[in-house]
Design a protein around this ligand. Structure first.
Ligand code: SAM
Length: 249
């Protein structure tokens, strides 16, 4: 396991300012993801392949969904599950058999429409603000899941706002499995950020490129949101998975 230095809550206070719904970053993020979805939704969800065949695309989330359910633990409630940044629904279809009700939220209406064509009846979809879970009541969800979303968000205040919302929306004893890219922020990547998008390959443009966070950052933000760390996998890598729990009081 990669070890990392802990990040204190004081060190992340600047990242915890609330983003505004009118924030230009959110508007640009939504606009960009709407365009990605119209251009080639499946490619921008899973950029490792061009010209996805739908059966292959929708088949690929099964193993991860089962791994997440096993990792999140035996005591996990099965009433309601929520995916943040659900995209075209490739993960939702595999969570659906495990929960009474499954919710998917995404910033891009076109992604949600794409997902709507594929998900079973117990899956409910909505377009969100891009930083909040305001459609969901306090303490109403057993499992929150998000992969390949926070890694594309350039503003840490937005990710931090979502983690805070997880602390609010999870039931006591509820869990969250959240993925981050926490590789060292290489000089080449920082320099590429200065280039205009037109000079970059299409998968490296703003909002689809990756914006790493320090490996200790998710846990510090989670602690400030009242979430306990149960386990983590791959800190310091592009696939850093964190398992949080909202403790019972
Ligand atoms: C690479 S795709 C991954 C989709 C899905 N998580 C999956 O693994 O199949 C990223 C998704 O996150 C959505 N997204 C990007 N920024 C978001 C935000 N701030 N809030 C909610 N969704 C967002 C995009 O619209 C897109 O559907």
């Amino acid at each position: 396991m990669v070890t990392h230095d802990a990040v204190s809550v004081d060190e992340v206070s600047g990242d915890r300012r609330a983003p505004s719904e009118n924030d230009s970053t959110l508007a640009r993020m939504r606009d960009r993801w709407r365009r990605f979805a119209r251009e080639d939704a499946l490619h921008y969800v899973a950029a490792n392949r061009e010209g996805w065949d739908e059966a292959a695309f929708y088949g690929m989330g099964r193993d991860l969904a089962e791994e997440v359910i096993a990792w999140a633990g035996d005591g996990l409630g099965r009433r309601r599950m929520l995916e943040i940044g659900c995209g075209a629904g490739r993960m939702l279809v595999h969570f659906a058999p495990h929960f009474e009700r499954v919710e998917g939220i995404d910033i891009a209406p076109e992604m949600v429409e794409r997902a709507r064509k594929h998900v079973p009846e117990n899956v409910h979809l909505c377009v969100g603000t891009g930083a909040t879970l305001d459609r969901f009541e306090d303490e109403s969800v057993d499992l929150i899941f998000s992969v390949q979303v926070f890694q594309h968000i350039p503003d840490r205040a937005v990710i931090s706002a979502y983690i805070n919302e997880c602390g609010r929306v999870l039931r006591q004893g509820g869990r969250a499995v959240l993925q981050f890219d926490s590789r060292p922020n290489a000089l080449a990547r920082r320099l590429a950020l200065r280039l205009p998008d037109a000079l970059l390959p299409r998968d490296h443009r703003r909002y689809i490129r990756r914006y790493p966070v320090p490996p200790g950052w998710p846990v510090a933000i989670g602690a400030a949101a009242g979430l306990s760390l149960l386990d983590e996998r791959g800190p310091g890598t592009h696939d850093h998975l964190v398992l949080f729990e909202r403790p019972r009081v």
